[in-house]
Design a binder for this molecule. Structure first.
Ligand code: BG6
Length: 490
């Protein structure tokens, strides 16, 4: 791996504090960072290198750390004080980075800043010559949300493309750095026995759920203008859907992988404006109890406007109109302040065609499931039916754990894998612009319909599994939301 200089815009903000610096520190401990990698924090505060190092030291020390390793890591850190709304600061940054031999000319610019500033910062970088790859490479890392809808995503992309080309841009979706997500590819494509079953002939439906017991956690300003559909479904859950549904790629290089993902997104049946209610459901949490503690409703959270109809729960039914998946419903669902935090892909198989056991005590066989749990466990589980021990002809569910279920694993944080890929220049786990754009096309009709219906939203009590009414998306009576790995299937 080549040396590089990792510049963080928004170095004093939450993302840098909670994710980026801890991930860089852990990569350093694991010996994965190039020896000459330096981290330059860019921020408005007038901090010295020493002061920033002390800050970062306290941030890291919130978790157990190895003091010798921290001291070594801190030597990589430098601070550049500047205001990102001022062009002058970028001239200063360029002189600072190019004027000292300790900084490698390979530059990574990480935008840990408000999305409203993405275009401005990339424009200034271009203007002062910092996007130009003479003498070293330049990479721009963009956090989500990439746009607010299709139109704003298009204009943001056009703006970035004035100074950076697609090969320089890394659009992060941190879900792609999670272990189970990468395991979806291995599980699907390294096991021959699954492929013949992975289609509309055997699969009844697919559920992709991300539930959180937390509320908006001080992010109401952002969240209220976003809502659950934009915040989770347009990005993370649609990405998951592409990996579950895609065809085997020609190989694992970034373009082949992303070509297949785009094909899935392009095959999703468009939701007609008049059909939004049949395909989408939204709701907002009211007061309730989470983990035995009383929790306020969304409207009583600090910073939420009293008349907000922003959804904190969204569910979507999608169809992928291709040979493999036609007419298999994909149910996507996410919510804040639900009973438990859990992220899972649940694949339900059809019932066997013949009711062979009808005359026995096995009255109704439960279907097979494949459950891919992203968190809290990193786990892939198969549920199958076997005969109970004893004289009676009864069936019971047996669970085959195909991964680390229940074994405490030092789970890697998604950012570790992703930052390493940026340093290495590997785009496989980053979004190409056409993926983002097709994902917006999927949700745009729903967003439009919801933004015009502003006087009513269903509610659900905090701490529940969400509104009962969301079941109406299911196409058949025997389909039900699957909430956790442990709960019994129906
Ligand atoms: C973020 C969303 O992208 O993902 C948050 O903005 C959400 O609202 C978070 O809580 C979930 O990520 P994770 O890694 O905690 O599952």
């Amino acid at each position: 791996m080549e040396d590089c200089t990792f510049v963080i815009f928004g170095a004093t903000g939450n993302l840098a504090k909670i994710k980026l610096l801890p991930a860089l520190y852990r990569l350093d401990v694991a010996g994965r960072l190039p020896a000459g990698l330096k981290v330059v924090g860019f921020g408005r505060r007038d901090w010295s290198d020493e002061f920033w190092r002390e800050q970062v030291h306290t941030w890291l020390a919130e978790k157990p750390v190895d003091e010798t390793a921290v001291t070594r890591f801190l030597q990589r850190l430098h601070f550049f004080a500047g205001d990102l709304v001022e062009e002058q600061a970028f001239h200063g940054l360029r002189d600072y980075l190019t004027g000292a031999a300790q900084f490698s000319p390979n530059l990574i610019f990480y935008m840990a800043i408000s999305p409203a500033d993405f275009g401005r910062v990339s424009g200034y970088l271009g203007k002062v010559g910092l996007s130009n790859e003479q003498g070293g490479w330049r990479r721009l890392v963009i956090e989500k949300p990439f746009g607010y809808d299709l139109e704003s995503a298009e204009s943001l992309n056009a703006r970035l493309n004035r100074d950076f080309d697609e090969t320089q841009i890394f659009r992060i979706d941190h879900y792609l750095g999670k272990g189970t997500i990468q395991n979806v590819l291995v599980f699907r494509f390294a096991n021959l026995m699954l492929e013949p079953l992975w289609n509309r002939n055997y699969i009844d439906h697919v559920q992709i759920t991300h539930s959180e017991s937390l509320g908006t956690e001080g992010r109401a300003g952002y969240y209220d203008t976003s809502g659950a559909l934009r915040d989770m479904i347009q990005s993370h859950l649609l990405q998951l859907l592409t990996l579950v549904a895609m065809e085997p790629p020609a190989n694992l290089d970034a373009e082949s992988l992303r070509d297949e993902k785009v094909k899935v997104l392009r095959s999703i049946r468009p939701i007609h404006q008049s059909a939004v209610n049949a395909h989408a459901f939204r709701a907002q949490y009211a007061a309730g109890r989470v983990d035995g503690e009383s929790a306020p409703g969304y409207l009583d959270e600090p910073g939420v406007p009293a008349n907000s109809v922003t959804e904190t729960y969204a569910a979507l039914k999608l169809y992928i109109d291709n040979w493999r998946w036609r007419n298999v419903p994909f149910y996507l669902r996410t919510g804040k302040r639900l009973e438990k935090s859990n992220s899972m892909v649940s694949i339900r198989f059809k019932h066997p065609p013949q009711q062979l056991f009808r005359e026995t005590q096995i009255d109704r066989l439960k279907p097979n499931w494949i459950l891919m749990n992203l968190q809290p466990h990193d786990c892939i589980r198969l549920e199958m039916q076997v005969k109970q021990q004893g004289l009676e002809m009864r069936a019971e569910t047996t669970r085959l754990d195909a991964s680390y279920c229940g074994v405490t694993q030092a789970q890697l944080d998604a950012y570790e894998a992703l930052l390493l890929d940026v340093i290495d220049g590997d785009h496989s786990l980053f979004l190409r612009y056409d993926e983002v754009s097709w994902a917006w096309r999927v949700v745009d009709p729903v967003l439009k319909a919801w933004s015009s219906e502003r006087d009513f939203i269903h509610t659900y009590p905090a701490g529940s599994w969400g509104p009962k009414e969301a079941e109406r998306l299911m196409v058949r009576q025997d389909q039900r939301w699957r909430n956790t790995l442990e709960e019994d299937a129906e």
